[in-house]
Design a protein around this ligand. Structure first.
Ligand code: SF4
Length: 493
């Protein structure tokens, strides 16, 4: 349990009023407010969850792990560059002109630094979700639903991955009350690393969980594709040379044909008279050979011969050897033309099979990735400085570093402080919500103390980091080992 909140709590009978967000809950003793983040403990308003401090002197595991001080803890107060006060569990101040809950100073490499720490309330918030699969999950712009409510949409796919854009202010506040509530819940679950089931209009049902394999229509995806069909031809052409006469790599976007492809030409592979369906792009590259779907290479086909026309009798020959394979190596078939130039399926020769295996080997494990994206707009910045635009400029000038629960963020160019963070780098359950509805996310601004003073910071609220770390409410954790330490010079920017 966290110590008393720094925010104002007013007694009314035996209830106290929380003013950490616009909901302004009255909370009875022993109960929590609407967001479960604040509670009334014996008449005191407290932040329920522990306040997370990362301490890099603790043994590092692969993940952030709690540190049990135990009975023999020597009471040391690690500060300076070795401890980082995150915003997870720090609380929120509202309205925004109030200084952030914690503004802490520490000397880092001989420089006095300050970190401004708050749990920001974000109405303009959402998640960009990358799903490593070739399978068709739904048309671009199709609504993504949870419990029948639209929570986002399918957006443009990326190389080997399907993309979703979830949340955002329109779903949180612009639709029905239920749409806002369901959107907020889904975002919270996703950002806190939980699995969420999503249904796409005209498409698939997905189970998405950050850092885990996506489940598409009940089947766990194992691999992402090695590349598009054309790229696959380019990568493996030499390994097929001499072992087979023609290869077609089936792909929903760009299907590749070895004999026509530049890779085949350079290797001197002769024309085979193959005729492909679909729209021919540059040599050996075909678009739209089939409809998108859950079959071969993200198309809707289960019979690969269905995308082939009749072979040109002037060029093809009986005995021509043909390999058809998908971009993951998951589907493959080997055929030999009979005397009528009709492909007849037969067993894949032993010396050709390793190339199919090689495609599979080069397919990385399929994962779902969730990036939380939000804008620290005009208001939240007032908790840092009396002149908010100076904070924005300081971030753009790389003087102030922004982190989310200690995790590095990408700050978008242009106006405002619009950032993205990989949720798997944020300490567990680092995200919360308020029923306005809006997401609550940790955010820290770290900059030299002198720069903080120059941008109009709340200097009378600066206190030593050690005074925060020694509080009962704090839980020390080892930081993630695979991301930069938030106070190190190399993560600046
Ligand atoms: S929703 Fe939570 S933060 Fe908002 S007033 Fe209620 S208890 Fe406080």
């Amino acid at each position: 349990m966290a110590e008393e909140s720094t925010i104002t709590a007013r007694a009314e009978d035996d209830k106290i009023r929380c003013d950490a967000c616009p909901v302004m809950c009255y909370i009875r003793p022993g109960l929590t407010g609407a967001c479960d983040r604040y509670a009334n403990r014996d008449g005191e308003l407290i932040r329920v969850d522990p306040h997370i401090v990362l301490d890099r002197t603790l043994a590092q595991g692969g993940k952030v792990v709690p540190f049990d001080r135990g009975g023999d803890w020597d009471g040391r107060l690690v500060a300076g560059g070795e401890a980082f006060v995150t915003a997870v569990g720090s609380g929120t101040t509202y309205p925004d002109y109030k200084p952030a809950p914690f503004i802490v100073s520490a000397e880092v490499n001989g420089v006095d630094m300050v970190t401004v720490v708050t749990e920001g309330i974000f109405s303009y918030a959402g998640a960009k979700v990358k799903i490593d699969t070739d399978r068709f999950i739904g048309p671009e712009q199709a609504a993504v639903r949870v419990d029948g409510e639209a929570v986002g949409h399918v957006t443009t796919s990326e190389y080997g991955s399907q993309m979703l854009s979830l949340g955002g202010v329109h779903h949180l506040t612009g639709g029905s009350k239920k749409e806002g509530r369901v959107t907020c819940e889904a975002l919270l679950e996703l950002c806190n690393g939980k699995a969420v089931e999503l249904a796409i209009d005209g498409g698939a049902t997905l189970v998405v969980q950050a850092g885990k394999a996506p489940i598409v229509n009940g089947a766990a995806e194992a691999r992402m594709r090695v590349g598009c069909g054309s790229a696959t031809i380019g990568m493996f052409a030499k390994q097929w040379h001499g072992k087979v006469d023609e290869v077609v790599v089936v792909d929903d976007h760009i299907t590749g044909v070895l004999s026509e492809h530049q890779a085949g030409k350079l290797l001197g592979i002769r024309d085979t008279g193959i005729r492909m369906k679909g729209r021919r792009s540059t040599p050996g590259r075909y678009f739209q050979v089939a409809e998108p779907g859950l079959g071969w290479g993200g198309t809707n086909i289960s019979d690969p011969l269905s995308i082939l026309g009749a072979f040109d009798a002037k060029l093809a020959w009986p005995g021509l050897r043909l390999l058809l394979v998908s971009t993951t190596g998951e589907h493959y078939g080997y055929y030999v033309l009979d005397e009528h130039l009709v492909p007849v399926e037969t067993e894949v020769p032993a010396d050709l099979y390793p190339s199919v295996e090689r495609i599979r080997e080069n397919c990385e494990p399929a994962l779902s990735s969730v990036l939380f994206m939000a804008g620290a707009g005009g208001s939240l910045r007032a908790g840092v400085t009396e002149n908010p635009v100076r904070l924005t400029r300081s971030v753009k000038d790389s003087i102030t570093r922004v982190t989310c629960g200690g995790a590095p963020v990408y700050v978008w160019p242009g106006g405002g402080i619009t950032f993205m963070v990989d949720v798997t780098h944020v300490p567990e359950n680092g995200f919360g919500y308020v029923p306005t509805p809006a997401l609550v996310a940790p955010i820290e601004f770290t900059l030299p103390l002198a720069a903080y003073e120059a941008l109009g910071g709340h200097m009378d609220h600066v206190r030593p980091a050690a005074s925060v770390i020694e509080r009962e409410a704090v839980r020390e954790m080892a930081p993630f080992s695979d991301i930069p330490w938030p106070l190190s010079a190399r993560s600046q920017g």
